[in-house]
Design a protein around this ligand. Structure first.
Ligand SMILES: O=C(O)[C@H](O)[C@@H](O)[C@H](O)[C@H](O)COP(=O)(O)O
Ligand code: SF4
Length: 628
């Protein structure tokens, strides 16, 4: 792992190289968005028939009259509400709040469309999890379907969890001519502490407690509407949106069902209208989000020990906005961005504790003051990011903002740059003869960051439980679960393995996981080399491993190595298992096209390709011919 030395590129240098690397595709992206803006909102161009359809369903007389006008703004609501995700449950009431707020501004809002949302907690360890990663791109497509009515002057995106915000972001980027505000719902109040929940799970894995006790602990941990309180992918999404200026300041972690939360939702609708062209302060997504915002999101993720899933999602999100980032960017930023928070699984606190300790306003203040964030980015708030050292509050029932705390209220949860938990960030990129992968070190104790042991190979995560229960894994072991990449079976999270591997670690064994699959943002203490690419089904080196080979995972040096004779390893054939069991049932037969199209992990594992890449190659071809 790169160390914070003078040799490491600074945040500005990484930003500059991303800008240079992206120059051509970003230019094309901006041209595409400007052209979409020129075509204008259909409301002005729709033939009467189209327009009539566009508001036929509108049962509010005033709205119908305003929709005929193009000088009043019409907001699109794109929502991921459903009853399956506790985090998205609060969104049920938001559209009406937004519509009323729009009317109050002499404008309108229409529910443009819903997007699907999967709860990874419900599908964890089940076949449904194999649709999870692909659901990100389904959500992006569903966002496009909603906005393709082209009746809108701005859009509000209602989403929180894992693949939902990334999918909405990709959709928003492709409709980048529209001003966008992301509207969060906030975390549920704290319940059973996350580390106590994890302890009961390990007891259950060892057969020391029964299902009743396990369900009691889980139900006390996840107990009401709102986002789960661990710092997984969902809460990493919130932090990143705020770091990019796509949330209102301090909107991320205000609890649902509170007057402040409702006031923030209302204000988001009003602010979206203020950001439209009609308001004279046109602030479209594509002029707001460039490499600086993307780097801000990376810095925030690294400083907070955020979800490893974003080494996939952020790559796909950036690509949708014409920006190319890679894992070396994460690795170099991680070398110069200190770890400033300890939120489960990186500690025992949860996001409510983080909020109470100073929350986003203090984290952003610390990173801005240290020159680790780009302050000069346009935000949905109408300011640059420096305004995000403020926090929202109600004064006589009216929403306003004030400067947040300048000192942490709990140094066990949130610290200043001058006294970080660690001098580097929470992620490390791994290289070696098994390919490239990532590991979240912020959740792994120092003593467990280097593991060298014989491998025990599985082609299916459910085989690990049986091996654990037979006692076969009760030793130093590197558990390899392969054929879990996007082309194999949709790249599921293998978080269900955590209790078993955690028990082995607690028994004093050296244990690690190596997989071309994913882990949850909530996965923690066991060192896991994940997203290994090229994936096994693509004849990646994992397919040439054999039981008993010794593998060394060294998170300190950023290495993942099979200690096998080079020539022998190169001459081995690749295992080619029958993966059909993954391709039918629970709708997986509908995603064969996605498995076929999926890019590699370091390219974001998406199915859309490089967006402008195709046009870019033709353009570059034309340029080179003209030069000849
Ligand atoms: O990336 C993530 O953060 C996870 O996908 C998370 O959203 C998922 O729901 C976890 O599985 C929940 O954690 P538990 O399974 O430990 O409850
Ligand atoms: S954080 Fe995970 S478990 Fe909680 S609601 Fe979101 S997807 Fe479901």
């Amino acid at each position: 792992m790169a160390r914070p030395t003078a040799l490491n590129p600074t945040v500005d240098q990484v930003t500059a190289r991303i800008r240079e690397r992206s120059r051509q595709r970003r230019k094309l992206y901006e041209a595409h968005m400007a052209a979409q803006h020129q075509q204008g909102v259909h409301r002005g161009e729709l033939s009467c028939g189209n327009l009539a359809h566009g508001f036929a369903g509108c049962d509010h007389a005033g709205d119908k009259d305003r929709l005929k006008l193009t000088n009043s703004a019409n907001l699109a609501i794109v929502s991921s509400y459903n009853d399956m995700l506790s985090a998205h449950r609060p969104f049920e009431s938001y559209p009406e709040i937004i519509k009323q707020a729009a009317r109050g501004m002499g404008s309108t809002a229409q529910f443009a469309g819903g997007v699907p949302a999967m709860c990874d907690g419900v599908t964890q360890g089940m076949p449904g999890m194999e649709l999870s990663l692909f659901s990100r791109d389904v959500i992006a497509m569903a966002t496009a379907v909603a906005l393709s009515h082209n009746m809108f002057d701005a859009a509000l995106y209602l989403g929180i969890c894992d693949k939902i915000v990334p999918g909405l972001f990709i959709g928003a980027a492709r409709f980048g001519h529209l001003p966008a505000i992301f509207v969060p719902g906030g975390p549920m109040p704290s319940g059973l502490p996350n580390d106590e929940k994890a302890r009961v799970r390990q007891l259950y894995a060892e057969g020391k407690v029964g299902r009743e006790e396990l369900l009691e602990a889980e139900s006390r941990s996840y107990h009401s509407p709102g986002t789960c309180t661990f710092y997984g992918t969902a809460n990493s999404n919130q932090l990143m949106m705020e770091m990019m200026g796509l949330h209102l300041p301090g909107a991320s972690f205000v609890n649902p069902g509170t007057p402040l939360r409702e006031a923030l939702t209302r204000y988001a609708a009003e602010q979206a209208i203020r950001n439209t062209e009609q308001s004279g302060n046109y602030r479209p997504f594509y002029q707001q989000i460039d490499e600086r915002a993307i780097v801000n999101a990376m810095v925030g993720l690294l400083a907070s020990g955020g979800s490893t899933n974003h080494t996939l999602h952020l790559v796909a999100m950036a690509a949708a906005a014409g920006i190319t980032i890679d894992w070396n960017d994460f690795n170099d930023l991680s070398a110069v961005v200190p770890s400033l928070t300890r939120i489960y699984p990186n500690g025992s606190a949860d996001v409510n504790h983080f909020q109470a300790a100073g929350g986003m306003s203090l984290l952003i203040r610390e990173l801005l003051d240290a020159g680790l964030l780009h302050a000069d980015i346009p935000t949905v708030f109408g300011t640059d990011l420096s305004a995000y050292t403020q926090e929202p509050f109600l004064e006589d029932g009216k929403l306003t903002w004030r400067e947040g705390p300048k000192e942490s209220l709990d140094a066990d949860v949130l610290r200043p740059v001058s006294h970080p938990f660690a001098p580097t960030g929470g992620l490390v990129v791994l290289n070696g003869n098994l390919g490239r992968g990532v590991i979240k070190i912020s959740a792994v104790k120092q003593a467990h960051r280097v593991v060298e042991a014989p491998v025990r190979i599985f082609d299916d995560q459910n085989q690990v439980k049986a091996a654990f229960e037979s006692g076969e894994l009760d030793r130093d072991v590197v558990v390899v679960v392969r054929f879990q990449g996007p082309k194999a079976n949709g790249m599921p999270e293998l978080h269900k393995l955590t209790p078993f591997l955690g028990v082995l670690q607690d028994r004093g064994h050296k244990v690690a996981l190596v997989t071309d699959g994913r882990m949850s943002g909530a996965s923690g203490k066991v060192p896991a080399a994940i997203h290994v690419t090229p994936e096994a089904v693509d004849r990646g080196p994992l397919a040439r491993l054999r039981d008993g080979d010794v593998v060394r995972l060294d998170a300190e040096r950023g290495e993942l190595t099979a200690l096998v004779d080079t020539v022998e390893f190169a001459n081995r054939g690749s295992i080619e298992p029958n993966l059909e069991r993954y391709h039918f049932g629970m709708g997986r037969e509908l995603f064969g096209g996605f498995r076929h199209l999926a890019a590699g992990a370091e390219l974001g594992a998406g199915v859309f390709g490089g967006f402008e890449e195709e046009v870019l190659s033709r353009e570059l071809e034309k340029i080179s011919q003209e030069d000849q």
